[in-house]
Design a protein around this ligand. Structure first.
Ligand SMILES: [Zn+2]
Ligand SMILES: [Zn+2]
Length: 57
């Protein structure tokens, strides 16, 4: 069964378990949705300061 990201609509590689864990999103998309948008409206191209933020990588 195809795993599709709820946020960007692209296929998600990886285990079903991870897919469910990140609310059926890529973890990057999950990160943006929950760490950037939900708590303080941080732009997606700005580093939110969290360890592992995809922007700083
Ligand atoms: Zn995505
Ligand atoms: Zn971030």
């Amino acid at each position: 069964m195809e795993q599709e990201c709820m946020r960007c609509g692209k296929p998600v590689e990886g285990s079903r378990e991870d897919y469910e864990l990140f609310e059926r999103m890529h973890w990057e998309c999950f990160h943006f949705a929950f760490e950037h948008n939900l708590y303080g409206d941080i732009a997606e191209d700005a580093d939110c300061g969290q360890p592992g933020c995809p922007v700083s990588a």
